[in-house]
Design a protein around this ligand. Structure first.
Ligand SMILES: NC(=O)c1ccc[n+]([C@@H]2O[C@H](COP(=O)([O-])OP(=O)(O)OC[C@H]3O[C@@H](n4cnc5c(N)ncnc54)[C@H](O)[C@@H]3O)[C@@H](O)[C@H]2O)c1
Length: 262
């Protein structure tokens, strides 16, 4: 697709943060954006806000971890637009907890939303894309935790590593239908989620300086930075790219260790 004018773009978890940034950029560039997110307050507020700005947006309540909910969302979208061109699997939650304390219920919560959610949404949207005979593009929002990680992140790292592996497999399976599948792996991104996490620290200012210093470019990403990469991956500028994962983290993960001494 040359551009995304009038293309139908589903963004999961678009009520806040990175998903909201992606939805806003796509709509601003002319797409018909489906806000497939879990909470009514966030979804309705964003839909109203985007429509007031003259953009095309519809909120469709969706829990990506629930198969019925995903099926209903896809049916509802097809009822409104007749086709789906792009899926951005963005919805995700984080539970960072020691493996010595994490429960099976914690594991299930993270895997159900972050990994099973990508499987379910891709399965039902890809079926609609295949039927439509016009191909399409799927972008999975993964994380730098798929490459390098930290203590107490096992559940999240497993989900994100799984997303990157599933991205390659889906690309191979769906290429013959003209469907491209790629993953975007953000590092620290300035969302409400990040600000809340930071504010719970004892000295947020010092922690934030330490974080910035770890980045080659001295700064973390914004949702708009992530949205630009997603935009590139759903338009013809990337027409021969599939099965790839893209790190976007200001150089954080390139660093071997942090020391000025050696
Ligand atoms: N913020 C970061 O620093 C960062 C870094 C790397 C990767 N990511 C990834 O980016 C994605 C978005 O993260 P964020 O920081 O913007 O999160 P966020 O918490 O700010 O927003 C997530 C949105 O998803 C919605 N959501 C949660 N569970 C859902 C479900 N089951 N079904 C549908 N919607 C659901 C929430 O209501 C919210 O609107 C996630 O996949 C996350 O793992 C974020």
């Amino acid at each position: 697709m040359q551009d995304i004018n009038n293309k139908v773009v589903i963004v999961t978890g678009s009520g806040n943060g990175i998903g909201k940034g992606i939805a806003e950029l796509m709509a601003k560039r002319g797409a018909k954006v489906i806000l497939a997110t879990k909470y009514d307050d966030e979804g309705s507020a964003l839909e109203n806000n985007m429509m007031e700005m003259g953009y095309w947006a519809r909120y469709v309540q969706t829990d990506v971890s629930n198969e019925e909910s995903v099926k209903n969302m896809v049916e509802e979208v097809l009822g409104i637009t007749g086709k789906i061109d792009v899926l951005v699997n963005n919805a995700g939650i984080t539970i960072f907890k020691s493996i010595l304390e994490a429960t099976l219920s914690d594991w299930n919560k993270v895997i159900d939303t972050d990994l099973k959610g990508v499987f379910l949404c891709s399965k039902y949207v890809a079926a609609a894309m295949v039927k439509n005979l016009e191909g399409g593009s799927i972008v999975n929002i993964s994380s730098n935790h798929a490459y390098r990680t930290l203590p107490d992140t096992e559940m999240y790292a497993a989900a994100k590593g799984g997303i990157n592996a599933m991205t390659r497999s889906m690309a191979v399976s769906l290429g013959k239908f003209g469907i491209r599948v790629n993953a975007v792996c953000p590092g620290f991104t300035d969302t409400n989620h990040y600000q809340r996490w930071l504010s719970e620290k004892e000295n947020p200012g010092a922690i934030e300086k330490e974080i910035f210093d770890l980045h080659a470019l001295g700064k973390i990403s914004t949702p708009a930075d992530i949205a630009e990469l997603v935009f590139f991956l759903v338009t013809d500028s990337s027409k021969n790219i599939t099965g790839s994962d893209f790190l976007i983290d200001g150089g954080l993960t390139a660093r071997l260790y942090h020391s000025d001494k050696f």
